[in-house]
Design a protein around this ligand. Structure first.
Ligand code: NAD
Length: 266
């Protein structure tokens, strides 16, 4: 029995990296998946093809998650094809790094608009449909599931990345506040906090042996994460196996949040 059979999942920013891994993991458990992308139609189509080649069901839909009109249109297109939504994975995100005193307002706004406002816009639309439709017991004991892709940087400060860390800290309280407000509707809201996962966003941190060795000093488990590590966590959080899990960040980080600098006494 597939754990997400007949459920519709929207994964934002799913043409690469963690989003593509999550889309494939959800599809392997029977979900019909909307593969959202901002610019890379080719990347999104490749994910769709991989899913359909395994007898899964997926479509690609373009939308910039920071633009309200595009988000509304994406939800309409999703309803035209699949009729509803059961699982939202708010994954789209990016970095625009610079020293704090050199950070432009444009880079600040871009990161907040995509990483934080984008999650708000998609979650709001998903929550409306979850409330309208309610629980469908044949599919799930919850009316809907929202999974926010946060980061270890919702709790670990990150010099040189103030806009990114602020966006992830914002996601933490957005997620918890939505969880508090939406629980009476049987809507479950949680986050995943990845540590270092091998994707294009952080390629320079792991694509040479020296870089990877340096990165591993931050990871007690001594392995850089793979997108499938996040895919497995997303499937569990989306499934009824985690029914009583609500309003938490599940860190999937090989122990990065354990202050590894203190492992030898600090
Ligand atoms: P990635 O760059 O491969 O994926 C980000 C995706 O978001 C891309 O497909 C990109 O096209 C998409 N995107 C960017 N702007 C968009 C917009 N306006 N509208 C729609 N999509 C947009 O990197 P990733 O590592 O897979 O990142 C995915 C998420 O995971 C991000 O939220 C990131 O902050 C988070 N994360 C990643 C790591 C890591 O180590 N890779 C760690 C912690 C958190």
């Amino acid at each position: 029995m597939q754990r997400l059979q007949n459920q519709v999942a929207l994964v934002t920013g799913a043409s690469s990296g963690i989003g593509s891994g999550v889309a494939k993991s959800l599809a392997a458990e029977g979900a019909k998946v909307v593969v959202n992308y901002a610019r890379s139609a080719k990347g999104a189509e490749a994910v769709v093809e991989e899913i359909t080649a395994q007898d899964g069901d997926a479509i690609a839909i373009q939308a910039d998650v920071s633009q309200e009109d595009q988000v509304l249109k994406m939800f309409e297109q999703m309803y035209d094809t699949y009729g509803t939504i059961d699982i939202l994975v708010n994954n789209a995100g990016l970095q625009k790094d610079s020293p704090f005193t050199e950070m432009s307002l444009e880079d600040w706004n871009t990161v907040i608009n995509i990483n934080l406002t984008g999650q708000f816009l998609c979650a709001r639309e998903a929550a409306k449909e979850f409330i309208r439709r309610g629980v469908v017991p044949q599919k799930s004991c919850s009316a809907g599931k929202i999974i926010c892709m946060s980061s270890v940087h919702e709790v670990i400060p990150w010099a040189g990345h103030c806009n990114y860390a602020a966006s992830k800290g914002g996601i933490m309280l957005l997620m918890k506040s939505m969880a508090q407000e939406l629980a009476p509707h049987k809507i479950r809201v949680n986050s995943i906090g990845p540590g270092a996962i091998k994707t294009p966003i952080n390629q320079s941190a792991w694509d040479t042996p020296d870089a990877e060795a340096s990165l591993l000093t931050l990871i007690p488990y001594n392995r850089v994460g793979e997108t499938v590590d996040i895919g497995k966590a997303a499937v569990w959080l989306a499934s009824d196996e985690s029914e009583y899990v609500h309003g938490i960040t599940l860190f999937v980080d090989g122990g990065m949040t354990l202050y590894p600098g203190f492992a030898t006494g600090g």
